[in-house]
Design a protein around this ligand. Structure first.
Ligand code: NAD
Length: 252
């Protein structure tokens, strides 16, 4: 309530839902996204529901963009309470075919972007007496399908970055945690031009111990909890939100 929250990648997908969830609770939400159409659409949606939101065009891998986004947040709202490092991308190809530029792009957006947003937001949290940072990792930090090296490595990096930041920033009352989502179905959470009904099968749902595929709300609710007073003893942790998939042993 009255908190200032930055959601990177807040235009589409999980970030779109996180931004709306915090706005519904009365937060002022900065949407930092590279996709102007998606970002402006979400800003306008939040405002149409009586919420307070500001879209700032941001590529989280570019230092100038991140500095500008933090400056605009401070100009508009005067402080930053919460940072959700959600922007993330994957790469195609295999180790045999993937150009090194794709490795660099994934690491730069997912890992460098998470560090850089934290770096420029942390001084404002420190000056304001504290704050909360949440980094969106993935269960792919712990297990893999074939051909996901840049993505998996970036997410493993985010887990390590999270405990490292949690210790460094503890002296300034900033808690830092990560969330590792499993399979989250986002097709209904794309910008309206691209949104579509999910094509999920019974098998998709039933392979999850929780009995269903995940929704963006599952991640947004975990963010709300980790930002709340009830979670004040939790820092440096990774919360797995995957319907039980990573603890399920599979024998064929
Ligand atoms: P998405 O592609 O639906 O949305 C990502 C958003 O980030 C988009 O609005 C996009 O424009 C924005 N973005 C991309 N590059 C950016 C950049 N350089 N700077 C700023 N914004 C940028 O993805 P999603 O499925 O909602 O994923 C969100 C996060 O959750 C990612 O970090 C992803 O790795 C993680 N995640 C997703 C799943 C899943 O099943 N959907 C599972 C585990 C983890």
């Amino acid at each position: 309530n009255g908190k200032v929250v930055i959601v990177t990648g807040g235009g589409q997908g999980i970030g779109r839902c996180i931004a709306r969830t915090f706005a519904e609770k009365g937060a002022k939400v900065v949407i930092a996204d590279i996709d102007d159409e998606a970002g402006i659409e979400n800003e306008e949606y939040i405002k149409s529901k009586g919420g307070d939101s500001l879209f700032v065009h941001t590529d989280v891998s570019l230092e100038e963009d991140v500095k500008n986004m933090v400056d605009k947040t401070i100009k508009a709202y005067g402080k930053i309470d919460i940072l959700i490092n959600n922007a993330g991308i994957g790469a195609g190809g295999t180790i045999y075919t993937r150009p090194m530029e794709e490795w660099d792009r994934v690491i730069n957006v997912n890992l460098r972007g998470t560090y850089m947003c934290s770096k420029y937001v942390a001084p404002h949290m420190r000056d304001n007496g504290g704050g909360v940072i949440i980094n969106i990792a993935s269960t792919r930090a712990f297990m893999s399908e074939p051909h996901t090296e840049p993505y998996s490595a970036s997410k493993g990096g985010i887990i390590a970055l999270t405990h490292s930041l949690a210790i460094s920033l503890s002296y300034d009352k900033i808690r830092v945690n990560s969330i590792s989502p499993g399979w989250i179905e986002v097709s209904e959470w794309k910008k309206s031009r691209e949104a579509k009904k999910p094509q999920l099968t019974e098998e998709d749902h039933l392979q999850h111990p929780a009995g269903r595929v995940g929704k963006p709300e599952d991640v947004a609710n975990a963010c709300l909890f980790l930002c709340s007073e009830e979670a004040s003893f939790i820092t440096g942790a990774n919360l797995i939100v995957d319907g039980g998939m990573t603890v399920k042993m599979i024998y064929v």
